[in-house]
Design a protein around this ligand. Structure first.
Ligand SMILES: [Zn+2]
Length: 145
């Protein structure tokens, strides 16, 4: 068996020749983070992480086999790019890491002062963004609207 190409530690148990990562790196989001930081995705994750107003940018397992890119800004806003769709006239963004050709739907959550720290307003964006456009969008979020 080959070692995982993400952590370099755990063996790859999958017999699928296209699978070169281990279950741990898949479930922690590390596989997706490596993918989004690769040349195939124009290094988009690293470019977002280097923005001065970005606190963290990570991929989380959202449950149910879905993964969520979460970009936390220093002002408390949280950008959650995923699969965007319109359902019954409503814009929704679901947890998903799309391939490069599909584009990102974007939802931004803005916290409000309230009893619960998770209180906030959600702003789903109507457009889709390719990787470069998403980096540009996040770069433009350097100040509260
Ligand atoms: Zn691994």
């Amino acid at each position: 068996m080959e070692k995982c190409t993400v952590c370099g530690v755990v063996e790859v148990f999958s017999t699928d020749p296209d699978t070169d990562y281990c279950l741990t790196c898949y479930m922690t989001g590390a596989f997706f983070e490596k993918h989004l930081a690769s040349e195939d995705r124009s290094f988009m994750l690293d470019r977002i992480r280097q923005l001065p107003h970005v606190l963290t940018a990570r991929v989380y397992h959202h449950g149910g086999g879905d993964f969520q890119l979460v970009i936390c800004l220093r002002d408390g806003r949280i950008v959650t790019p995923g699969a965007g769709a319109s359902v019954n006239g409503q814009r929704v963004v679901m947890p998903f890491v799309p391939d490069a050709s599909s584009g990102w739907g974007v939802l931004i959550r803005q916290p409000v002062e309230a009893d619960n720290e998770w209180s906030g307003m959600a702003f789903p964006y109507p457009e889709k963004y390719d990787d470069d456009e998403l980096v540009e969008l996040v770069a433009g979020l350097d100040a509260l609207p």
